[in-house]
Design a protein around this ligand. Structure first.
Ligand code: AVJ
Ligand code: FE
Length: 437
């Protein structure tokens, strides 16, 4: 059993730590030093901050908390504490220069692998089933997605390339799927590397609803734009309307109208907006307005998770829409294999039992829900991962994007952000309540 056999846990932890570091090396090795220390947007850290922060968190959790070691460089902790310094002020900190940051992260990693080699994976909640190692690998992968967001914000010639997803026939299946009402199991108490906010498993009642079979496409979103969506206050939440007016927004981030067509900039390349791909780089306010314009609404977080995990035949919740198997390349567009969402209709093997498509990967999907703790939530291992973000300010996103690694993606995984944010790889699908007889 991969959860209880210590050698299997060790092997999985090693493979995920190595994969995360390979990706970090790619994201910080494909540009020159000035691009590593520059701040490409006040919304983001310089890439060199993410790099040392990844090492510093690994040191805190694997070297100090798990192995009881002394700090390697105690004076740098505060520089890389995300709560002490907001992103906008990080470029003015005396950060480790790129070469030193690399050496520091490598030193931490080499010691962490010794800790992993000797670990017993029992006796404490932190090491049980390799949790701390899985948490650190997920943390690094989350910052790899953050760094990919920074790369997308960066202007100049492309630094990253990746093949396009395989082409598919335009999706012609039903536009929406009926998810029957009734209880389902939300969250998890058994997934070994699930983070605190995904726990514990609990029953949730969800009324019958219809959910879009696929994420909303660029073509559909364009109809909203061309119907005057951005000029009609009635589609918008009041704060959303205010935001759109103040910032003069009229299309997703990175889009620009050129004569008769819409272009977008994507990792240094300008291209015609592809009609069949899920729309990406929209805020919660834009998703909410589109849904209202379409006569629909965003799904709640519980509706999203029921559609993604509940198997009506067995009554149980699976880890993923397709079952309990870890994601493979036929299931979903994950792991930065591509630098874009795949067209709707891709990955038929990843569909849910009811036929909902592309719930995992491609684009993060906004839900209507505020980020809130599940009944019985306990912060673990630190309050600053989830607990301090609970509240009405943050909206939940689900399902992961093309920029998320499989280790940080599952049917229970919860992401959150402010409703104005759109530099993230965010899209959405819409829902409507089923008529009650
Ligand atoms: C879960 C993506 C909102 O990036 O702020 C990284 C993940 N937490 N380091 C973030 C995280 C601490 C977090 N999100
Ligand atoms: Fe972090």
């Amino acid at each position: 059993d991969p959860v209880t056999d210590p050698e299997a846990v060790r092997e999985r932890a090693l493979a995920t730590l190595v994969a995360a570091r390979d990706r970090t090396a790619l994201l910080t090795g494909c540009v020159e030093e000035p691009d590593l220390i520059a701040q490409h947007s006040p919304l983001m850290s310089p890439l060199v901050w993410d790099l040392a922060h990844i090492g510093n968190q690994e040191e805190l959790w694997l070297l100090r908390a798990v192995a009881g070691q002394e700090a390697i460089r105690p004076e740098i902790d505060s520089l890389y504490d995300a709560f002490e310094h907001p992103r906008a002020e990080r470029p003015r900190l005396p950060l480790l220069p790129p070469e030193e940051a690399r050496r520091y992260a490598a030193e931490v990693r080499s010691r962490a692998l010794d800790v992993l080699e000797a670990a017993a994976f029992r006796g404490s909640r932190l090491t049980e089933a390799g949790f701390a190692f899985g948490m650190v690998a997920q943390h690094e992968q989350q910052h790899d997605e953050t760094m990919l967001i920074t790369h997308q914000l960066r202007t100049g010639p492309p630094a990253l390339t990746a093949p396009a997803p395989d082409p598919v026939e335009p999706f012609t299946g039903p536009a929406e799927v009926l998810v029957p009402g009734g209880p389902f199991t939300m969250g998890t108490s058994t997934e070994p590397w699930a983070l605190d906010n995904e726990r514990p498993a609990h029953r949730r009642e969800v009324d019958a609803f219809f959910l879009d079979t696929t994420p909303v496409t660029n073509a559909a979103y364009l109809r909203f734009i061309e119907d005057g969506g951005y000029t009609e206050p009635r589609w918008w939440a009041p704060e959303g309307w205010d935001h759109v007016r103040r910032h003069g927004l009229s299309a997703p981030l990175y889009w620009r109208r050129d004569g008769g067509q819409w272009l977008r900039r994507r990792f240094g390349v300008t291209e015609v907006v592809p009609p069949g791909e899920p729309v990406v780089h929209v805020s919660w306010y834009e998703a909410d307005a589109y849904a209202r314009w379409a006569g629909r609404r965003l799904p709640t977080e519980a509706e999203w998770e029921k559609a993604a995990r509940h198997d009506p035949a067995s009554g149980r919740s699976a880890r993923f829409p397709w079952g309990d198997a870890d994601p493979g390349p036929d299931h979903a567009n994950l792991g930065q294999r591509h630098l874009r969402p795949a067209p709707v209709g891709s990955y038929p093997a990843g569909r849910s039992p009811l036929g909902v498509r592309q719930l995992i990967g491609d684009v993060w999907e906004w839900t209507s829900s505020d980020f809130a703790p599940y009944p019985g939530f306990r912060a673990f291992p630190y309050r600053e991962y989830s607990e301090v973000f609970f509240g009405p300010g943050h909206k939940v996103l689900r399902g992961g994007s093309f920029a998320v690694d499989a280790v940080a993606c599952r049917g229970t995984f919860r992401n959150w952000d402010l409703p104005v944010r759109r530099q993230i790889f965010s899209g959405f699908r819409t829902a409507r309540s089923a008529e009650v007889a």
